[in-house]
Design a protein around this ligand. Structure first.
Ligand SMILES: Cc1cc2nc3c(=O)[nH]c(=O)nc-3n(C[C@H](O)[C@H](O)[C@H](O)COP(=O)(O)OP(=O)(O)OC[C@H]3O[C@@H](n4cnc5c(N)ncnc54)[C@H](O)[C@@H]3O)c2cc1C
Length: 458
């Protein structure tokens, strides 16, 4: 459908509903950590989320597991992210708690437990919370490099949040883009990683499934069963295996399987098609699983994602743009606020292209500089999470939830420091920020840890 006409909307008088030091937009991994960090460091903080719960992709889109918190030797993501992971595990039923007691990598997400963990932890921090609320506009004086306020829309109507500082944790760099900040999106031809409709199945049998794997020689991504079904026309061609099963209980499994192509997560029509085509694909996949895979004979869909899972949209152009070379050379930066050791995981943009996967050696990581959170044209905004400043290849790695927690914690801490002194996001004292992050549990790599702790690089 072509949009040919425009109208000018009437100006409205809006109530200033909130006046805060730090407004966090988006309640995914980055936003939750940002809000908790900002309030723990003394800022009056409000977090705004368009859904009725926290978690972003991990709960909205049922992404079924947390990517590794470790570099295969030690945890590299610590601080608030690790605290939240441990609390989710603590609330697992006892058998699963025991199963995952020692694991920090690929821990399955029980979405309802996770929502409660996020509610409790954010509320305990003292941050104000506004669910069912979208930020639709920003307030800014012409040519100013600062956002003065956010226009929000919810059941109460349209109102304004006045704020000193903003953390854009929308996953789409939406607030920075509204403020005209430059960004990049996708590859050279605008291609984007595909979306995936994740889902939860019950009435499945983990023990029987594992027996099948042993007997058949299939691996836990069941490539043998998938290719057989593709040959028989029971599954569409494309991805040759399931991306991942995450068993939340012996009878309940989260599934990340298959792709929907050509979905731009910043376009409402594309998201609509993604939802419809994604659910259609799930129906086909469940028929396949029940026919071909022992343990899934009676599988029953509990839920599909409320939104198709989106892997990439905008990448904001920051004061520093992390590059593939930085990743491969495992570079550190003076202003590191986190470390990333997750592999580059770029899912094919079309059903014919190949997956790109690049791993760092065990025990290795690269730095994430503070400057990669700062949109070049804005002085009181941080972009944390999936849209932080990097090239497309690094985004394929940096985007995962543990990293988003680390970036969020850094942005929230920096915003609180800025709020206490005034000034811009670029005036934040980097050694003081690094010290605060480390004191509050974050891990910034051996060099920064040693510098901050004297010689102790724990
Ligand atoms: C299919 C798939 C599988 C994945 N697998 C894994 C995995 O196994 N492990 C892993 O760790 N990561 C995985 N990821 C990546 C990871 O889930 C995301 O990259 C990560 O959740 C991004 O976090 P975020 O906080 O930046 O954004 P999001 O999680 O997208 O959160 C952004 C939040 O902002 C809210 N929001 C957006 N705009 C507005 C607005 N205008 N007003 C109010 N609220 C707004 C949204 O509702 C959302 O809750 C996967 C992603 C996908 C799509």
């Amino acid at each position: 459908m072509n949009r040919v006409n425009t109208v000018t909307l009437p100006a409205i008088e809006a109530e200033i509903a909130y006046d805060v030091d730090v407004a966090v937009v988006g309640g995914g991994a980055a936003g939750i950590a940002a809000a908790i960090a900002a309030v723990r460091n003394g800022a009056r903080t409000l977090i705004i989320e368009q859904r009725g719960f926290f978690g972003g992709m991990g709960t909205v889109s049922l992404v079924p597991a947390f990517c590794p918190f470790t570099d295969h030797e030690k945890p590299v993501i610590r601080g608030i992210g690790l605290e939240l992971l441990l609390e989710m595990k603590r609330r697992f039923k006892s058998d699963y708690r025991a199963r995952f007691e020692k694991r920090l990598d690929w821990v399955p997400i029980d979405p309802e437990i996770l929502k409660r963990v996020y509610d409790d932890t954010v509320l305990a921090s003292g941050s104000a919370v506004l669910f069912h609320t979208s930020v639709t506009q920003i307030l800014r004086n012409e040519n100013s490099r600062r956002i003065e306020g956010l226009v929000i829309h919810n059941k109460s109507g349209t109102s304004v949040v006045r704020c000193g500082y903003v953390i854009d944790a929308t996953g789409d760099g939406y607030i920075a883009a509204l403020a005209g900040a430059p960004f990049q999106k996708g590859g050279d031809d605008g291609e984007l990683q595909p979306g995936t409709m994740c889902y939860l199945l019950t009435n499945v049998d983990r023990i029987r499934f594992e027996e099948y794997l042993k007997e058949s020689g299939d691996t836990d991504q069941i490539p043998l069963a998938v290719s057989k079904a593709q040959e028989n026309g029971d599954l569409p061609h494309g991805r040759k295996e399931v991306s991942g099963f995450a068993w939340v209980a012996d009878y309940l499994v989260g599934v990340n399987f298959g792709h929907v192509f050509g979905i731009d997560g910043t376009n409402a029509e594309d998201l609509t098609r993604g939802a419809i085509d994604g659910r259609k694909l799930v129906e086909i996949q469940v028929q396949f699983l029940s026919k071909y895979v022992p343990g899934f004979e009676k599988a029953h869909v509990v839920a599909t994602g409320e939104q198709i899972g989106i892997r990439e949209t905008r990448r904001i152009v920051g004061d520093y743009v992390l590059t593939q070379d930085d990743f491969l050379e495992m570079r550190s930066f003076e202003d590191d606020i986190g470390r990333n050791s997750y592999f580059i995981d770029i899912h094919l943009a079309t059903s014919k292209s190949k997956m790109e996967i690049k791993h760092l050696p065990p025990g290795k990581s690269h730095g994430v500089p503070y400057r990669s959170l700062l949109p070049v044209s804005l002085d009181n905004v941080w972009v944390a999470g999936r849209s932080a400043s990097s090239d497309r290849v690094v985004q394929g790695s940096l985007r995962v939830m543990p990293n988003c927690f680390a970036m969020g914690q850094a942005a929230g801490t920096a915003a609180a420091m800025a709020a206490s002194k005034g000034g811009s996001n670029r005036d934040v004292d980097i050694p003081a920020l690094q010290k605060t992050l480390i004191d509050q549990g974050a891990w910034l790599g051996e060099d920064v840890q040693a510098r901050v702790n004297g010689s102790r690089a724990d």
